[in-house]
Design a binder for this molecule. Structure first.
Ligand code: NAD
Ligand code: GLY
Length: 352
């Protein structure tokens, strides 16, 4: 077991992320001026909600909409998008705009990284999760052969334009998903944790708009210090080994699974690591304040089996877990597969 404590930011981040109002009306049209050719990549839901605004403020810019949802974060969608980019005549000095949640951002970012060996990508994140996490940091990917994010690339966006106005159309469940990654950041940053535990209503849109910049700054600083996840950036995988495995065997969303993963991995820390039990109970209570799904529905034996495929694992078949253990500190636990599966079953019984 290895214990790591996250130190506060050492220097101000010179980030490509801009939190702006009226992104669709002003900031995005202005940003496109600098490029010769653009394609807007979005999904069918976002297009249904914002298609008219696109036509009004970005007339003549071609749009390609993928079918919404994680199940379409795949090679077929990626290659359809690459085809649309070629048909739109994009060149090396063109730009792809990824307007949507984390799925659109991840697929769009990867297509931009691949097309002509890499063109610019502007991320316009429209979910809370995408604004606080997935649009920042340059991880792009598709799911492949039943493994989350198996095929991807690190490539930083040219610009990220985050506008809280998009939260106005988000269903409550999507707010819960974004809060999943926000709580994860809270488990790594003591000041953010305090703001979250003392917030009277975590779902209040004004409160959320206020904490987006703090989340972006936290993540951008971690990425600046370790862009390719050789060390520090692994902290951002907190809750994700178990979370990704649950995501692959339920119809729950990524953010919901991160919250469940955080709960299970906090319990793993209690079992296997030197930890602050009172703090972990506070963190678990925070996760439960956000989650609306029932932990009894989680098939832990299927999840344990799927966790064997996780990218973070060691080649000897042991499962690697980044578990929260104390304020702004986590433990890298390496568990034998059988031990991990048994522990998940025990934890589920305790929690339900
Ligand atoms: P998503 O992209 O599927 O969006 C969730 C739903 O909200 C979709 O149905 C979408 O159409 C809809 N939607 C988007 N914007 C909307 C709006 N403004 N109003 C109403 N509906 C809207 O999911 P997500 O939660 O945004 O992202 C999850 C994905 O992000 C996962 O694939 C996950 O692996 C990935 N992710 C990537 C990173 C990274 O660093 N690259 C980090 C975290 C998560
Ligand atoms: N969401 C994990 C990372 O960006 O590293």
């Amino acid at each position: 077991m290895k214990i790591i404590t996250i130190k506060a930011a050492s220097a101000a981040e010179k980030s490509v992320v801009r939190c702006r109002k009226k992104v669709m009306e002003k900031a995005l049209p202005a940003a496109l001026n600098g490029y010769r050719g653009a394609l807007i990549f979005t999904d069918t839901n976002v297009y249904g909600l914002y298609g008219k605004k696109l036509a009004r403020y970005l007339p003549g810019v071609p749009v390609f909409a993928m079918p919404a949802g994680e199940k379409n974060k795949n090679a077929e969608t990626l290659f359809s998008l690459l085809g649309a980019m070629a048909e739109a005549g994009l060149h090396r000095d063109s730009v792809l705009v990824a307007l949507g949640g984390g799925v659109v951002g991840d697929v769009g970012g990867l297509a931009a990284a691949l097309y002509m060996r890499g063109i610019a990508c502007i991320q316009v994140p429209t979910t809370l999760l995408a604004q606080v996490d997935s649009s920042v940091g340059g991880k792009t990917a598709i799911d492949f052969r039943g493994v989350k994010n198996l095929v991807g690339a690190f490539r930083q966006p040219a610009l990220v334009l985050a506008d809280p106005a998009f939260f106005g159309t988000l269903p409550r469940r999507e707010i819960c998903c974004g809060l999943g990654e926000i709580v994860k950041h809270g488990a790594l940053s003591a000041p953010l944790f305090e703001r979250l535990v003392s917030a009277p209503d975590l779902f209040d849109l004004g409160f959320l708009a206020g904490i987006v910049p703090e989340n972006i700054a936290f993540k951008a600083d971690v990425v600046r210090r370790d862009p390719h996840e050789t060390g520090l950036r692994k902290c951002l995988n907190l809750g994700h080994t178990t979370g990704h495995a649950i995501e692959l065997c339920t119809d729950l969303s990524h953010g919901e699974c991160v919250l469940i993963g955080l709960i299970f991995e906090a319990e793993l820390a209690k079992k296997y690591a030197v930890c602050d039990g009172a703090y972990l109970d506070e963190l678990i209570a925070l996760c439960k304040r956000v989650l609306s799904c029932d932990l009894r529905s989680v098939d832990v034996s299927a999840a344990a089996e799927l966790a064997r495929l996780d990218k973070k694992n060691e080649t000897n078949g042991r499962v690697v877990v980044c578990a929260p253990r104390a304020r702004a500190s986590y433990a890298l636990l390496t568990l034998g597969y059988g031990e991990y599966a048994h522990a998940l079953a025990e934890i589920k019984e305790k929690l339900c």
